[in-house]
Design a protein around this ligand. Sequence first.
Ligand SMILES: [Mn+2]
Length: 480
Amino acid sequence: MLPASAPVSHPNLKVGASSPQMREPSAPQNNCLAHPAINGEASSRHVVNFKRRRAAFAEVVGEGLAIVPTAREHNLYPYRPDSYFRYLTGFSEPEAVLVIAAGRSILFCREKDAEREAWTGFRYGPAAAREVFGFDEALPIDELKQKLPELIRDHPALWFAPGMDSEWDISILAALKSARDTRHAGKGAPARLYDWRDTLDVMRMVKDDAEIALMRKAAEITAAGHLRAMRTCRPGMMEYELEAEISHEFRRLGAGGHAYSPIVAGGANACVLHYTQNDCPLDASDLVLIDAGCEYDGYAADITRTFPVNGRFTAIAKDCYEIVLAAQQAAIAATAPNVPLNKPHEAAVRILAQGMLDLGLLTGEIDGVIESQAYRRFYMHNTGHWLGLDVHDVGLWKQTDAEGRESWPVLLPGMVMTVEPGLYIAASPELPDALASGIGIRIEDDVLVTNTGAEVYTHAPRSVTEIEEIMRTHSPDIPA
Ligand SMILES: [Mn+2]
């Protein structure tokens, strides 16, 4: 999945300044937390992580009260819990709200209902949910709206996410009004309102060990999907056939599905950055770009590979590919703790811009091409984005201090990002002959910032040699 073209500015948040240290010795592989038949020991170790995250959040909320609702159900899409709610609870049923009240965590959720469960499946009900997920208290969701003014009352501050869900905005503001209306009777009402997203974004940017274990699993399944695409690709196949191979591998290995709409783009389609139609035939003389990642227990992986449909890179395709690969290696080498986020991107841009000069796509000298941003004709997106529960995970890309000076967040151990340089040469008669028909390449891997550097934890064939070897081994048609 591609990062946006320009960094998003965001005021005054010091990334990492209040990141709680959340370390768990080892994370369970258990993926059945939201199922009654869970392994007791594994699940309790898992719940420890959610309790720890809630405790860290509760510490920031202090004597205040925070309201964190999950996502609403939507007829047209499979249900996916809100990522903030999931991060704090592990609870994946719809119609649920976490309330943190002066350090206590209270879940509001659906009640047991045998008749409804016969139609839509198991639901915990408050008693079991409290037990399994470790809340201090759990109550029926139907009681929340009525209880809200009473809950809010006497807390000095109210934390919610204004604008995220207009129905909750209305309910929460109504409860706030109701609490204020009774102040004359000696009751208190929150005097301060906070948006919890800044706090939780900073927490979510630094992954704990349980999260990293899930992300490694997502990466393993995603890499298997890409490997299968390389093995099964044949000239004349349709792009959607490769998509189907990947989807099959994701589900076969236990992923929930795709973390985003997969891109399978043959030839010049790869120059359309958000190409997702995936309905063209794959020509033997073309490369195919596949950007696909699975979601595993809520966490995303994000890998892009570009390989020759017939299994052998042409000379010009190899030249272009090696430039993108070198750019990726430079960006990965620049990824380390205490490094500003723009450094990996700048490292990639320098290699790509030099490559554009070498290929005859641009004229001039390297510093001028970077200064003028002439390279953006062929490389128009950023080199990475945060990765986690969301494929474009929360967290700042750029920050602005009180004086309006922009700076980049500094990388910290536990942060996870993609490194995905590309080269997109759209067909044009004015380009050198070998490139005039268009070629698009992106290579994307997922990188964990460690204490000493960075670890690429996505392992799919990446070098020209590895890719050609895999494809030769699995296709009877490709000569040695
Ligand atoms: Mn991506």
